[in-house]
Write a protein that binds this ligand. Structure first.
Ligand code: KIV
Length: 297
């Protein structure tokens, strides 16, 4: 197996973000900005924009690979995309989502798969969904020196059990269960947790009670940071945006205009023009016109 080259030795590279830095931000109150990315080009833009944490989310199953939900994406596919992101990123932390099935059979298999994300793709952390039921795995991963990001609330890998993508934590019993899950993840060694699809009040309560940073998505503004799926942010998801999504740009419109313009120009012979073409040198061009070359042809 070849050893991948993850980071260049450019002395001008910006100071890399660490989990220690993000932990301090919980106390200084400066929010953590996180986003997903799945490929080299996007990850470069996200990193260069100063985003602190880049998640190679299993949402790529839907927004990149076109599946209906996140369940079909494989470890191999996640590794492939994590490597591409890793090659692009100089400053942000790169975390990889463990896909469904890669940590559900046994703790040993979960650790073995997580090791692949670090060793073969250069991930600095893995994210797993679930609370108290994952405590043993979080402990084992932490013991293996792999930083773990938890994920509570609306956990998309539980879509069938939840009966769809529904906001979680809406009853007193459900809130107690979420608080228990959050404390259990922290005690097991998680370095951070994503809070997805839950009432703002519940996310605020968890954020106030745990000592590690919380990163919200559809969980209101009181978390220690926020994350969104980049395709939602730039209107590339081909889906009605969820209530919590704010679109900051319209890449679909940009792409459509560019692609339609290209098609029109090709069909009208307006592309390429002479300036966009390579040319023979004058000498070769006139040699080609000589009677001798013409006779050969
Ligand atoms: O897969 C994903 O993109 C995620 C988040 C956005 C938290 O899990």
């Amino acid at each position: 197996m070849s050893i991948p080259h993850f980071r260049n030795a450019d002395p001008n590279s910006p100071e890399p973000v660490t989990f220690q830095i993000l932990q301090q931000r919980k106390h200084t109150g400066r929010p953590i900005a996180a986003l997903t990315a799945y490929d080299y080009a996007t990850a470069r833009l996200v990193d260069e924009a100063g985003i602190d944490l880049i998640l190679v989310g299993d949402s790529l199953a839907q927004v990149v690979l076109g599946y209906d939900n996140t369940l079909p994406v494989t470890v191999e596919e996640m590794l492939h995309h994590t490597r591409a992101v890793r090659r692009a990123v100089r400053r942000a932390i790169v975390a990889a989502d463990m896909p469904w099935g890669s940590y559900h059979v046994s703790v040993a298999e979960g650790v073995a798969n997580a090791v692949r994300f670090v060793k073969e793709a250069g991930a600095q952390a893995v994210k797993i969904e679930g609370g108290a039921s994952r405590a043993e795995l979080v402990e084992a991963l932490s013991a293996a020196e792999i930083p773990v990001i938890g994920h509570l609330g609306l956990t998309p890998q539980s879509v069938h059990r939840m009966g769809g993508y529904r906001v979680q934590g809406k009853t007193p019993a459900a809130v107690s269960a979420l608080l228990h899950d959050a404390h259990t993840l922290e005690a097991a060694g998680a370095v951070m947790m994503v809070l997805e699809g839950m009432p703002r009040e519940v996310a605020a309560r968890i954020t106030g009670e745990v000592g590690i940073p919380t990163i919200g998505i559809g969980a209101g503004p009181d978390c220690d940071g926020q994350i969104l799926v980049i395709h939602d942010l730039v209107n590339l998801s081909f889906a009605r945006p969820a209530k919590f999504v704010r679109q900051y740009g319209d890449a679909a419109a940009l792409f459509r205009t560019a692609i339609e313009g290209y098609r029109r120009d090709v069909e009208g012979r307006a592309f390429p023009d002479d300036a966009e073409s390579y040319h023979l040198s004058k000498e070769v061009a006139s040699a080609l016109e000589s009677p001798e070359m013409r006779r050969k042809a």
